[in-house]
Write a protein that binds this ligand. Structure first.
Ligand SMILES: NC(=O)c1ccc[n+]([C@@H]2O[C@H](COP(=O)([O-])OP(=O)(O)OC[C@H]3O[C@@H](n4cnc5c(N)ncnc54)[C@H](O)[C@@H]3O)[C@@H](O)[C@H]2O)c1
Length: 465
């Protein structure tokens, strides 16, 4: 890409997690000098060496290239970020509290650290909240902390909201070529700086107020999650009617007013964003006196979808006690090693509680899955086994459940079926090539494919009066 130039906006990234690293690398790849900082020394040193702490298509290659080019540098303190960068993006976590409300402690801590770092500084600096936050956070939480701690005026230190819309699994591509840039600020200088920083991306810039930009992010996630839950609810009808949800949603989504993306039935949404953001959005709205019924229903349908999947498995396998179940795909979706809120964790928990023996496999997420499992389950409680080899996970299985659609699973091999005691696959992502699976001696139950295997209800809806 383009060579380094001191005239280019200089970017600081605070928090080199999934989102921050991809965001920083995208700026670097578009020719901007980037200075990345993370609280954790092990993340700083891995990234500085050009080793990606996360598995994502293209991430490590881009990291190595940008570290080598000198455009992406890791620094050791907030002070160093402030010295080098003009626009500093907060990419720190915003997890859920037990109440569902957003936990702003990491962001407040960052605001304080950077407030302190800014005390001695000179020249304009812009602090950009890129983490997903409830509306009002940038103006009412971050700005006052920075102003108080730094002792500098809003004319010297601007604030802006600039939410991020990338999706894990495609985060390198998404951050290099975003479809829109949403900027929330009431500071004209901040808007001008951000427009300049984002110019090489060639995406439309949508200026809003800070609270407006924050509301765009929550609304986008709520709507995408709603599409998933809608498809999941209709899938239950499709199963009753003996029609295929994929055909139905393809036809529904053909309407450009609706759009087919995210209208896919599956085991329910997981991942680090949808659940926590929707819970925070619902709580925040309720606190304001506005009941977000669509958000509440989306979350309820998502929880029910797990029970629906388990009922299908029970209908196919019978009582689960002592049954060997292979769980394929442990990440929350294919293309990432992120297991946060993965449906595989919930499925494993429920299956083990029902007495099944669980044998998991994932091309990249096995280690993260077990670490997450161990951090949420007491020692001595039943634990899934995780195998590097798919064939080993399938050995002697009474059934397999495909939870994440890694491409390898679509290429089902006869030798895999032969490993199983009963070659029965519950395909929760509709990923397997059915003709190929049949040739491989596999019996596939597709979620929402309209194959009735149990007496869970009438096959056709009752006629009207
Ligand atoms: N992951 C995604 O796909 C995605 C997409 C869009 C938006 N977001 C939002 O981005 C934010 C970050 O998400 P993530 O998935 O990258 O989280 P993450 O947990 O992967 O990474 C966060 C990083 O911030 C670091 N950190 C925490 N406090 C810090 C501090 N005070 N100073 C410096 N570093 C600090 C942590 O060590 C960690 O490495 C969240 O608000 C999330 O909702 C995430």
């Amino acid at each position: 890409m383009k060579s380094r130039s001191s005239a280019r906006p200089r970017v600081g990234i605070v928090g080199l997690g999934y989102m921050g690293l991809a965001t920083g690398l995208a700026f670097a790849a578009h020719g901007l000098p980037v200075f990345g900082y993370d609280l954790k020394p092990e993340i700083r040193s891995a990234v500085a060496r050009g080793t990606a702490p996360y598995q994502e298509a293209g991430l490590e290659r881009l990291l190595r290239a940008e570290v080598r080019s000198g455009r992406f540098r890791v620094v050791e303190s907030p002070q160093e970020v402030v010295e080098h960068a003009e626009g500093i993006f907060f990419c720190v976590p915003t997890p859920s509290l037990p109440s569902g409300r957003i936990d702003l402690r990491p962001l407040k801590r960052s605001a304080q650290e950077f407030g302190r770092a800014l005390r001695q500084g000179k020249g304009y600096r812009l602090l950009v909240v890129k983490s997903t936050v409830v509306p009002g956070t940038t103006e009412n939480v971050v700005a006052p902390i920075v102003e108080r701690v730094s002792g500098r005026s809003p004319r010297e230190v601007g604030v802006a909201s600039n939410p991020e819309f990338l999706a894990e699994g495609t985060m390198v591509k998404d951050s290099l070529r975003p479809d829109r840039i949403v900027i929330g600020t009431s500071d004209r200088r901040a808007l001008a700086w951000l427009r300049r920083a984002y110019r090489p991306f060639g995406a439309p810039v949508l200026p809003l107020t800070p609270a407006g930009a924050e509301l765009v992010k929550y609304s986008s996630n709520a709507f995408l999650a709603l599409k998933v839950s809608f498809a999941n609810e209709i899938a239950r009808l499709a199963d009753r009617l003996g029609v295929d949800i994929d055909d139905i949603m393809a036809a529904v989504g053909h309407d450009p007013r609706i759009g087919a993306r995210f209208l896919r039935a599956g085991p329910g949404f997981g991942g680090s964003c949808f659940e926590k953001d929707l819970r925070a959005f619902v709580r925040w709205s309720t606190d304001l006196g506005v009941h977000l019924r669509s958000g509440e229903a989306t979350l309820r349908i998502n929880a029910e979808q797990l029970a629906y999947v388990l009922a299908q498995v029970r209908a196919g396998v019978g009582p689960l006690a002592g049954k060997r179940i292979a769980l394929l795909g442990l990440a929350f979706k294919a293309g990432t090693d992120d297991v946060r809120e993965s449906r595989a964790l919930l499925l494993a928990h429920e299956l083990l509680n029902a007495g099944a023996i669980l044998r998991g496999h994932d091309p990249v997420a096995g280690g993260n899955f077990l670490r997450q499992w161990d951090s949420t389950h007491a020692p001595g409680t039943p634990r899934p086994e995780v195998f590097d080899s798919l064939a080993e996970a399938l050995e002697g299985a009474d059934a397999a459940i495909l939870q994440a659609d890694w491409p390898a699973y679509a290429r089902w091999l006869p030798s895999w079926s032969r490993r199983m005691k009963t070659p029965l696959l519950f395909d929760l992502r509709r990923a397997t090539d059915l003709a190929r699976a049949r040739r491989a001696g596999l019996d596939v139950v597709g979620l929402g494919a309209g194959q009735r295997r149990s007496s869970t209800g009438p096959s056709l809806l009752p006629a009207g009066p």
